[in-house]
Design a protein around this ligand. Structure first.
Ligand SMILES: *Cc1c(COP(=O)(O)O)cnc(C)c1O
Length: 378
């Protein structure tokens, strides 16, 4: 196998072997359409419902509150558009933050063109929204608050329970894009008061091309796709059976092994940060040290071109990311980094390493050595 040190788990993850094995029969033996009434179909329908139950149990939801989609982006679209279309008679105001993923920000932009009003909340220098600003932004015509659970670039975990409380006290629905958080931190939608939540399998060692949306029982939302009756008519199209089985299997393992993996990943992360700080005292770690995703390291190197540094790392088979994977190739600095107050120059000198359960101390030592050589040369 080619030499590869994968430190980009925020972009995607390798499918866990156990997950893959569970999925394989659904491409070959179990190929029935879940809507077919004969055993080949019925069996797959049952498998999907078991998967739905597994997903629900792992986030404190009920089976019927889970809708399968094609990805995190679709879940975000369905949550935002589905909710505001169904509630627009009450008002047309939505509150979100400036540091959301493009799946949320661009959906909001599309909604603005359709006549909805959006408030984009500021964040402080660590990426936290201000709860007073949130409360003051709520108007009589506010119908939805959407704040991400954890940021994909800097790893900051937002005060979700407090946001949910404010939303509830003001009779406003609360959606959270938890695509980065699911599988990495424990989440209980009922206890935390979350109304809608998006997830995507490929961010927690499941397959690409499958996601889910949790919608609290009793909340109605509009479908965005017309067709058959699948997913209670809310998301038409023959189910991605193998993908759904994979998503459920991946979420089960993620939470079963969460404590073990996080302990290992956090100690590796802190080791990496300490080593980097020893290289150069002016290196800046972005985000919060405590309230952050276990595997996320976002660092600004002084007077450094992050793109060049990434190419250098690539020569050694090291996979990392500059800012957000989604903004790679664009010449504008990351909206997240500028929102936390970084200058353009600082933003361009910023790299994101996201560690996963398979990374080792040897790999980190090697990366540090490559960075050390490069930093000493330039
Ligand atoms: C990856 C990601 C998405 C998009 O998920 P896809 O399954 O790739 O469409 C949305 N939000 C956040 C925070 C993400 O990290």
């Amino acid at each position: 196998m080619e030499r590869c040190i994968y430190l980009d788990h925020g972009a995607t993850t390798r499918v866990d072997d156990r997950v893959l094995n569970k999925m394989l029969p659904y491409f070959s033996m179990n190929y029935g359409n879940p809507s077919s009434m004969y055993f080949l179909g019925r069996r797959n329908k049952r498998a999907i419902e078991e998967a739905r139950n597994d997903v629900a149990c792992n986030i404190g939801a009920k089976q019927k509150e889970i809708y399968f989609t094609s990805c995190g982006s679709e879940s975000d679209n369905l949550a935002l558009k589905g909710m505001v279309y169904a509630n627009q008679y009450k008002g047309k105001h939505i509150i979100t933050s400036k540091i959301e993923h493009p799946a949320i920000l661009n959906t909001c932009k599309a909604l603005e063109k359709q006549g909805f009003n959006i408030t984009y909340l500021n964040v402080d220098n660590k990426g936290f929204i201000n709860l007073d600003e949130l409360e003051n932004s709520i108007r009589v015509d506010t119908i939805l608050i959407s704040i991400m659970y954890a940021n994909n670039e800097i790893g900051t975990i937002e005060p979700i329970e407090k946001i949910a409380k404010i939303a509830k006290a003001n009779n406003v629905y609360f959606h959270t894009d938890a695509v980065q958080a699911i599988g990495n931190v424990t989440i209980d939608v009922k206890r935390m008061g979350i109304d809608l939540l998006s997830m995507s399998a490929h961010k927690f060692y499941g397959p690409k091309g499958v996601g889910a949306l949790y919608v609290r029982e009793g909340i109605d939302f509009e479908r965005l796709q017309d067709g058959g009756h699948q997913e209670k008519g809310k998301r038409s199209g023959t189910e991605n059976v193998a993908g759904i089985i994979g998503l459920a299997e991946a979420i089960k393992y993620s939470y079963k092994e969460l404590e073990y993996n996080n302990k290992k990943i956090i100690s590796l992360r802190n080791y990496f940060i300490d080593k980097l700080m020893q290289l150069n005292k002016n290196i800046k770690v972005n985000g919060d040290r405590e309230k952050r995703l276990p595997g996320n390291i976002n660092i600004s190197f002084p007077n450094m071109d992050g793109q060049q540094l990434l190419l250098k790392l690539d020569e050694y088979g090291i996979c990392a990311s500059a800012g957000s994977a989604c903004s790679t190739g664009e010449s504008t600095p990351s909206h997240v980094l500028t929102s936390i107050g970084l200058s353009k120059e600082e933003a361009y000198g910023t790299l994101r390493f996201t560690l996963g359960k398979e990374n080792t101390k040897n790999e980190i030592d090697f990366v540090v050595k490559v960075l050390e050589n490069w930093l000493n040369k330039s």
